[in-house]
Design a protein around this ligand. Sequence first.
Ligand code: ZN
Length: 82
Amino acid sequence: MAETSHADIAAYLLGVLDQPDHVAFETHLMECERCQDELLELRDVPCMLDEVKHAWPSGPKAPAPRSPDDWTPETSGHVSLF
Ligand SMILES: [Zn+2]
């Protein structure tokens, strides 16, 4: 039988616990002041992750490679040094 751990709070907040673990942790949470305090501190984390997802709807993307044709002495900024 798996023992419910304080450490499950992060997984619980992220919604990645299996249903039995989720229920077990909620039961633990009802009786555990330490986890209740941590829940208050950590509850903003999923919101932050949501903001990242909204900013990156299709995940991280590499910047499009610049075409060499875009390069000109005027835009390079180096020519004026000489
Ligand atoms: Zn706890």
